[in-house]
Design a binder for this molecule. Structure first.
Ligand code: FE2
Length: 666
């Protein structure tokens, strides 16, 4: 007989332990062990426990293990979360099997020895078969579903609790999330606000509700929201820093003339554009969308153009706003020199378009739905033993669960958008369809995006400054890992699993639209490196940039109205405080929006910051060293960003690595 020493590490998360019996079968190149009960094994939370398994002969090189945990009639049946199993052979070779998933009662689950292998590295039929079987099972567990025409496919599920347990929220996350939702709704109901369809009578009444939940920055926004500089600042460092671009010529449909612009020291538009001082935000993506109705009332959604000027003191200021795309007599160009309420009303209408463009395009589509595509394609096409599975799986944590919740509670037929915003109903899928068609691969890669928008040297653009640093750090890390596993372009081309992964992303995510520029296959190591960098950046940094400030900038409703109840003014001199209050969302829409934005801006206590890999999927030294190095580099960047922020009136914190979650999880 020969003895194998089996050490089992049970995870430290709540409910990770089990009282059920655990069995193991070891499979090697020279044979397999019997399915053996690990009789003396301790499987309580956080435990490390060792048992001996005897076999008649050596099993050769260990390739895989099977773990199972049958229902126990004498005790409750509870899931178990082992982190890894280490096995010392009779020859003192140590094999590590990463697990990092829940084991429920039922069929045995197979786990491979931890050395990363691409499909053509599999030298033994045991590994080849296990690989095939794993992907067959995963393709059954994670099926594609079509959500709506023109919209990326989603995971097939009927709510988050029907998802495989491996991708659901942890107990901690689920409990906290539910508590925040319930507490928010109860509070609103008690106050009688959640169902009150009346208009606000004055801004002070909004203030009474707002002060139940505020952040230092949301207080600041409430104080300064009417000021032009804060209106402009948000295009750079607010929740949607992706729309603004520098222009050298005015769009033909935005006929601003020199005599409209009265700024001291301003030469003329032509010269200012030539010198690179003029910027544009164009919401043309929303053109032709019919706004939704709320409580039987037609809502209004404008499609504005905003012109901005960078002054000699480097401050960006809005200089003209046109609320509809086609120039016309009844579509005036509003100016800072107009009456207080004309100009303020124009800015509020822009902010209402911004609510839609930000939430549906910049946030939902370009981070949540894309991250889901990356995750489902990964789960269906790459087995656990694949080096890119090990690299990317931490960046998919909770994404399918939060998106299923969003489909039920936010964008579904009975969700928030349909009930409370101008962009609900048919408008929603049309906006997503149009937004998807206009996505480009370059716009998902921040260095290309900044170049294409000609935003390289605009001052005080912290999203760009921090985002580019993050991109470079992630790129270097990904490059290190990929170059360790892929020594030539030929190896990339031969990796059929990676080719299917990108093929599915192109087909199911980008609906095979070639104008997006999304790769349909990979030919070279640099191509693969850039794409994987983009996947990690989108799922972590880009999401943090567009998610973190939702309450800071949106909690004070007049700065972020979810809908407009009246059409935009068709001539100047027709606005007042009364028309503004009648146009802004009513009480119930306001408080429901505040509750949602509050919930979506919360940090969970089991938040995993960018670059922190708590689960050891890699067992080889090089990728583990690269993971440690990227975490250290991100910690350094956090210090630099904090130092910079100390000198800022508004600290830009959303891309501080400590605030960037590893995945789209909220
Ligand atoms: Fe989010």
């Amino acid at each position: 007989m020969v003895n194998y020493t089996v050490t089992v590490y049970t995870g430290n998360r709540i409910t990770a332990g089990t009282v059920n019996n655990v069995y193991i079968k070891m499979v090697g190149t020279d044979g397999k062990s019997n399915r053996t009960w690990l009789k003396s094994l301790v499987t309580s939370r956080g435990s490390v426990s060792t048992c001996t398994v005897s076999c008649p002969n050596s099993l050769g090189r260990l390739v895989l293990i099977e773990l199972d945990k049958p229902p126990n009639p004498d005790s409750r049946d509870d899931a178990w979360f082992p982190e890894k199993v280490e096995i010392k052979s009779p020859k003192n070779d140590v094999y590590t099997f990463p697990v990092h998933c829940w084991i429920c009662s039922g069929d045995a689950q197979i786990f491979r020895e931890g050395t990363a292998l691409r499909i053509f590295d599999e030298s033994h039929s045991l590994g080849q078969n296990a690989r095939k079987e794993e992907l067959i099972q995963r393709s059954a567990d994670y099926e594609w579903d079509s959500y709506a025409p023109g919209v990326p496919h989603t995971i097939k599920a009927d709510g988050p609790l029907t998802l495989p347990v491996a991708v659901q929220f942890s107990f901690t996350k689920a409990t906290e999330f539910l508590f925040t939702v319930v507490a928010g709704l109860v509070e609103l109901k008690i106050k009688g606000l959640a169902d009150n369809p009346e208009n606000w009578k004055n801004l002070d009444d909004i203030d009474d509700v707002f002060h139940n939940k505020d952040t230092p920055l949301s207080d600041y926004v409430q104080e300064h929201w009417k000021e032009d500089w804060l209106f402009a600042y948000q295009f750079l460092n607010g929740v949607n820093p992706t729309l603004i671009q520098r222009i050298k010529t005015l769009p033909e449909n935005f006929p601003v003339t020199d005599d409209m612009v009265s700024i001291p020291g301003f030469s003329n538009l032509y010269n200012e554009m030539k010198q690179g001082n003029v910027y544009l935000c164009d919401y043309k993506n929303l053109d032709g969308i019919l706004a939704h109705t709320i409580q039987g009332m037609q809502q209004h959604l404008v499609v504005p153009l905003v012109l901005l000027h960078k002054r000699p003191d480097d401050k960006l200021m809005p200089i003209a706003i046109q609320l509809k795309q086609t120039p016309a007599k009844d579509n005036p160009i509003f100016l800072p020199t107009d009456s207080t309420y004309d100009w303020l009303t124009a800015k509020i209408f822009v902010r209402s378009a911004e609510f839609v463009e930000h939430e549906l395009n910049a946030h939902l589509l370009r981070t949540h739905l894309l991250a889901e595509i990356f995750a489902v394609s990964l789960l269906r096409n790459l087995p656990m033993v694949h080096p890119l599975y090990k690299l990317l799986i931490p960046h998919t944590r909770y994404t399918l669960h939060i998106n299923e919740l969003a489909r039920k509670q936010l964008i579904g037929p009975t969700g928030f958008f349909n009930n409370f915003t101008a962009s609900g109903g048919e408008a929603l899928t049309k906006i997503l369809d149009r937004s998807l068609s206009s996505i480009t691969y370059r716009s998902l890669c921040i260095p290309d995006d900044i170049t294409d928008r000609d935003m390289q040297d605009v001052p005080n653009f912290y999203y760009r400054d921090d985002g580019l640093q993050l991109w470079n750090i992630i790129f270097k890390f990904v490059q290190g890992v990929i170059q360790f596993y892929y020594k030539s372009d030929d190896e990339v081309q031969r990796d059929s699993e990676v080719q299917t992964w990108i093929g599915d992303i192109f087909q199911y995510g980008f609906l095979s639209q070639p104008q997006t520029g999304i790769p349909q296959s990979f030919t070279t190591v640099p191509e693969l490196t850039k794409f994987v960098t983009m996947v990690i950046f989108t799922s972590s940094c880009q999401h943090a940039a567009v998610n973190g400030g939702q309450y800071d900038y949106g909690g004070w409703m007049p700065n972020n109205p979810a809908t407009m109840q009246r059409p935009p003014p068709t001539k100047k001199g027709t606005t007042s405080e009364a028309t503004m209050l009648a146009t802004l969302p009513p009480i119930n829409v306001t408080v429901q929006t505040m509750a949602i934005l509050w919930l979506l801006s919360r940090k969970s206590s089991d938040f995993v910051p960018l670059g922190h890999y708590n689960e050891d999927h890699y067992t080889e030294a090089t990728p583990r060293q690269l993971q440690a190095a990227v975490a250290a580099e991100l910690d350094m960047l956090s210090i630099v960003i904090n130092n910079r922020n100390e000198g800022l009136e508004i600290p830009y914190t959303y891309l501080d690595p400590k605030n960037v979650e590893n995945s789209v999880a909220i």
